[in-house]
Ligand binder design. Structure first.
Ligand code: ADP
Ligand code: GLC
Length: 477
């Protein structure tokens, strides 16, 4: 049995801004199911949704801060969660990284450096837990200082650093770096230094024993200038220690047992999926029509997700016999443009700005097609949720989208492998063409149902991926 310390800045359902949260709860749960002793460490944000009992574990000083270590359990599991309580850094309500205007908190470097330092104390068994992990698994830039700082400790456990998104690097000015009082040996060009700044993500990439990212295709892509953001050279240098492991999806995304949808269903009762379509149309005040192709999109509304590709073809798309259901929030410019379309096409388009877990499930169950025109997508979860729900994804051929969707072509129809629609080019015309292709196939119910069945029978469970992580931990003992 391996003792694994899983260091993360979000975990569903305690706190979530994106897929990192989904992975940070389902992967530890899957590892626990495989018999491993896995414990999470997470900041104690003011906005955490805590259902389970929380108790105080210990109190200690770190620099000028008094830190309390609290302990709870991940909901619906036995996985322990250690909460780093430091109110001056984490007590604020709302998003963990940005304020109400979407601006990063000015002290993010100090906040997550403290979080990393506490993780080091736990990893080195200096917090009265009587537990020393065999491996420390860190995720994204917020935890990047952990492998760096741990490398300076005597008899430190090995580290794995998972890149969920290279676009967020935790880059801070030299002045901030000085305030963090990081050991000078970490600040060289081979270390945290990045063009005169310090890069938290580089700490993970340069110092971790193994680096993973969340799909095999993204593992290749980040070794190129287009996706590597200046760190492609280091990633190529560390190529032997870099592996892509595709994410799984949590058991809660299952239309057979989903209590958030109007009618549960399986591939053998697709007529109940149609009932979810009508329920969704009713809920969103769209005309009830079981035959019209309904397109869905649930996303952070940011450039990564190709929202502008959709916006650039929306006018033409809305002249076609389709309905569009969008749920998301993010860039105010995108939100505004979407609002204008939604106001002009109330009978065809529904826009919900904000975060809504329950509506997300109803959309996955109720729409026919899910849109993910991402510019880049390290893994992506919704295209897998969609397939599980018999909702066919339309995706751009990048990252995890390329790895998890099989395009509908004459041969893949015959072979019974097709599960969605893929387009290549990063422009609106290519997206629109893929949507038109889906419309044509939707008009042939027999083929459509076959595609739904193919998609629903795909194995997106966490078991395979958790086993790959376990093998990786074992390789660095
Ligand atoms: P990313 O992490 O880049 O945002 P992923 O596809 O990995 O992309 O994960 C996004 C997760 O966040 C999915 O579980 C998706 O359903 C969820 N999500 C995104 N926006 C919303 C929203 N507005 N309401 C509810 N869930 C959302
Ligand atoms: C990131 C990526 C997304 C991935 C998620 C979980 O937020 O943008 O593609 O699915 O992390 O790994």
């Amino acid at each position: 049995m391996k003792k694994i310390l899983f260091v993360t800045s979000e975990a569903h359902p305690l706190i979530k801004t994106g897929g990192l949260a989904d992975v940070s709860s389902s992967l530890p749960k899957a590892l626990s199911t495989l018999g491993q002793d896995v414990r999470l460490v997470l900041p104690n944000y003011g906005s955490l949704k805590l259902d389970n009992e929380v108790h105080l574990h210990s109190t200690f000083s770190l620099g000028s801060h008094t830190v309390k270590l609290l302990e709870t359990k991940l909901p619906d599991s036995t996985v322990p969660v250690l909460l780093v309580d430091c109110p001056e850094y984490f007590a604020m309500a709302g998003n963990p990284y940005v304020d109400a205007f979407g601006h990063s908190y000015p002290n993010n470097a100090e906040r997550f450096a403290l979080f990393c330092r506490v993780a080091i104390e736990i990893a080195m068994n200096r917090v009265e837990l009587d537990w020393k992990p065999d491996v420390v698994h860190c995720n994204d830039w917020q935890t990047g200082l952990v492998p760096a700082l741990l490398s300076l400790e005597y008899q430190c456990p090995p580290t794995v650093f998972t890149i969920h998104n290279m676009a967020y690097q935790g880059l801070f000015s030299g002045i901030t770096a000085a305030a963090l009082q990081l050991p000078s040996q970490l600040l060289s060009q081979d270390g945290l230094e990045f063009h005169g700044m310090i890069s938290f993500i580089k700490g993970g990439i340069a110092y971790a024993d193994k680096i993973t990212t969340v799909s095999p295709t993204y593992a290749q892509e980040i070794q190129t200038p287009e996706f590597g953001y200046g760190l492609e050279g280091l990633l190529i240098y560390r190529n032997d220690d870099l592996v892509g492991i595709i994410n799984g999806i949590d058991a809660e995304w299952n239309p057979e047992i989903d209590h958030l949808i109007a009618h549960t269903y399986s591939s053998y009762s697709l007529e109940n999926k149609v009932k979810n379509k009508i329920a969704l149309q009713t809920h969103l005040n769209l005309p009830k029509d079981e035959n019209v192709l309904v397109l869905g999109l649930i996303s952070r509304l940011v450039e990564q997700k190709g929202i502008d590709l959709l916006l650039d073809c929306l006018q033409e798309l809305l002249t076609l016999p389709v309905q569009i259901v969008i749920l998301g929030s993010g860039d105010k410019g995108f939100e505004h443009r979407l609002q204008q379309f939604a106001a002009a096409y109330t009978h065809k388009m529904s826009l919900t700005l904000g975060y809504n877990e329950s509506l997300a499930h109803s959309i996955e169950a109720g729409v026919d097609v899910f849109l993910m025109p991402s510019r880049f997508e390290p893994c992506g979860l919704n295209q897998m949720y969609s397939q599980r729900y018999g909702t066919l994804p339309i995706v751009r051929k990048t990252g995890g989208l390329a790895d998890t969707v099989i395009d509908t072509l004459p041969e893949s129809i015959v072979e019974g492998t097709a599960t969605g629609f893929i387009f290549n080019d990063e422009h609106a015309g290519a997206l629109l063409e893929a949507i038109k292709r889906a419309m044509l196939v939707h008009n042939i119910p027999q083929v459509w149902q076959q595609l739904q069945t193919n998609a629903m029978h795909g194995d997106f469970s966490w078991k395979n991926s958790a086993e790959q992580y376990l093998a990786l931990y074992e390789s660095i003992e």
